[in-house]
Design a protein around this ligand. Structure first.
Ligand SMILES: Cc1cc2nc3c(=O)[nH]c(=O)nc-3n(C[C@H](O)[C@H](O)[C@H](O)COP(=O)(O)OP(=O)(O)OC[C@H]3O[C@@H](n4cnc5c(N)ncnc54)[C@H](O)[C@@H]3O)c2cc1C
Length: 387
C-alpha cells in the first residue's frame, strides 16, 4: 500500500479495514460476475454498526460525524469493495433525521440502525425530466388519509435490496406554485408492500454491477403518516441531504483513487520490460504521480467539506467541489492504472477493469460534472443563472 499520513481516524480505518479483509478481491469479483448483491458484506458492515454511523445514539446508532462516515466509505472502496451497494443507507436516513417527526424517527431509525430495515433507496430522477428535478411528473394526490401516487422514476438504485425508499413526488401542480421548487413532497415507501399494490420494478442492466431500476407507479397508495415533514417542502428537504451525499461519494472516489494508485505502483515496480521495471520510465511515473497529487488535493477538500458539515456550517460549495475533484482524481488514477497494467488491465482477475467501470459512474451520478460547474459558476461566483 502506498503511504498515507496517519490521521485522527486511524482507529476507524483499522477496524473497517480489518472487516474488509474478510471480503477479498475474489469475493467482489464473483459478485460482479454474477451481477449479484454483496449481501454478506453489507450485513457484516451493518452488524458491526458502520452503516449506522450517522444515526444518533438515542436512536441506536453511533452518532458519529460526516468525517468519520466518509472514512468508512473511503475504506470500503480502498479495500476493493464498492460502497455503491450500501451508501444510500448512510445519507438517506439524514433526510428522515432532519425532517421527520419524533414519532417517525422513533419508528424507523432504531430499526435501520439495528439492520432490521434497510433504507437504501431514494427515488428522485425521472426519464423525461432528468436533472431538471423541479419538472418531475410523478404526482401524489391526497385522498382521505392516503396519498395516491402515479408516475415513473428511472435509475432508482438498490430497490430490490432495500425495505424502504424515500420518494419525491409533486403534491401541487407546477402551474399552481409561486416558485418551481415548491409543491413537491417526500414520502417513506414500504417497498415490498408497494410491489404488491401499484409499483412495478424493472431492473436496468448497466455497465457497473449497480442494482438500479425503472419504477412505474399506478395508483400506489401511501398512508399520510408516511409524509416526511411538511407537504410541499420536499425538494428543499432533498437538497438539504445532498451535501452529505456528495461528500460521502467524494470519499468513495478517494478510496478508489488510492486503490488504483496502490495497484499501479506495485505493478510498475514489478513488471520488467526492456530489461527494467516499467516504473523506471518517466512516461510511466508522471501520470501516476499526477493522479496521486490530484487524489491528495481532493482529499483536503473532502475534509474541508466534512468539517464544515459537522460544524453545522454551509458547505454546498465545498461538498460539490470535493465531489468534482475526487471523481476527477479517481478517474485519472483509474486511467493510469489500466494503462500501465497493459493487457492485464483488461483481465477480470486483476480487478482493475471492474474498479475502472465502478469509478466512472461518479462523473455522471449522483450529479454530473457540468452541473457542479454550473453550481460553482452561479452560486459561488455569482454569474447569471442558466436554468
Ligand atoms: C447507476 C446509476 C444509479 C443511479 N441511482 C439513482 C438513485 O438511486 N436515485 C435517483 O433519483 N437517481 C439515480 N441516478 C440518476 C442520476 O442521478 C442521474 O443520471 C444524473 O443526475 C444525471 O441525470 P440524467 O441521467 O437525467 O441526465 P440528463 O439530465 O439528461 O443530462 C445528461 C448530460 O447532459 C449534461 N447536462 C444536462 N443539463 C445541463 C446543463 N444545464 N448544463 C450543462 N450540461 C447539462 C450533463 O453533462 C449530463 O451528464 C442514478 C444514475 C445511474 C447511472
Amino acid at each position: 500500500m502506498i503511504k498515507t499520513a496517519p490521521d485522527q481516524y486511524q482507529e476507524i480505518r483499522d477496524a473497517v479495514r480489518a472487516l474488509c479483509t474478510q471480503y477479498p478481491d475474489e469475493y467482489h469479483r464473483r459478485i460482479d460476475e454474477q451481477r449479484g448483491y454483496p449481501e454478506a458484506f453489507v450485513d457484516a458492515l451493518t452488524k458491526a454498526g458502520w452503516m449506522a454511523a450517522l444515526i444518533p445514539q438515542e436512536y441506536g446508532g453511533s452518532g458519529l460525524g460526516l468525517c468519520e462516515a466518509s472514512v468508512i466509505m473511503e475504506e470500503i472502496n480502498r479495500s476493493g469493495g464498492n460502497s455503491g451497494a450500501c451508501h444510500g443507507q448512510m445519507y438517506n436516513m439524514g433526510t428522515l433525521l432532519r425532517h421527520g417527526s419524533k414519532a417517525q424517527k422513533e419508528h424507523y431509525l432504531p430499526r435501520i440502525a439495528s439492520g432490521e430495515w434497510r433504507l437504501q433507496s431514494m427515488g428522485v430522477t425521472e426519464p423525461t425530466t432528468g436533472t431538471d428535478t423541479t419538472k418531475i411528473k410523478t404526482t401524489a394526490v391526497k385522498k382521505g388519509d392516503r396519498y395516491v401516487v402515479n408516475g415513473q422514476k428511472v435509475w432508482i438504485s438498490r430497490v430490490q435490496h432495500s425495505d424502504w425508499m424515500i420518494l419525491l413526488a409533486r403534491t401541487t401542480p407546477l402551474a399552481e406554485v409561486e416558485k418551481k421548487s415548491e409543491g413537491m413532497s417526500i414520502f417513506m415507501v414500504d417497498l415490498r408492500q408497494a410491489e404488491q399494490s401499484g409499483m412495478t420494478v424493472r431492473p436496468i442492466p448497466n455497465m457497473v454491477n449497480h442494482e438500479t431500476n425503472e419504477l412505474f407507479f399506478e395508483n400506489l397508495e401511501i398512508p399520510e403518516e408516511n409524509l416526511i415533514g411538511e407537504e410541499g417542502r420536499g425538494f428543499k428537504y432533498i437538497l438539504d441531504g445532498l451535501n452529505a451525499e456528495r461528500t460521502l461519494i467524494a470519499a468513495e472516489c478517494i478510496g478508489d483513487g488510492y486503490w488504483f494508485l496502490d495497484r499501479v505502483t506495485k505493478y510498475v515496480n514489478e513488471r520488467i520490460v526492456f530489461g527494467r521495471p516499467i516504473g523506471q520510465n518517466q512516461g510511466v511515473q508522471f501520470p501516476i504521480a499526477d493522479a496521486y497529487i490530484e487524489v491528495e488535493a481532493a482529499n483536503l477538500m473532502r475534509y474541508k467539506a466534512c468539517e464544515l458539515f459537522d460544524a453545522g456550517q454551509p458547505c454546498g460549495a465545498e461538498a460539490n467541489m470535493a465531489k468534482y475533484l475526487a471523481a476527477k482524481a479517481s478517474w485519472e488514477a483509474a486511467n493510469a492504472c489500466i494503462q500501465f497494467h497493459g493487457g492485464f488491465g483488461f483481465a477480470n482477475e486483476y480487478d482493475v477493469e471492474r474498479k475502472f467501470r465502478e469509478t466512472r459512474l461518479y462523473q455522471v451520478a449522483p450529479i454530473s460534472t457540468n452541473l457542479i460547474y454550473s453550481y460553482v459558476a452561479e452560486h459561488v461566483l455569482g454569474m447569471p443563472r442558466s436554468f
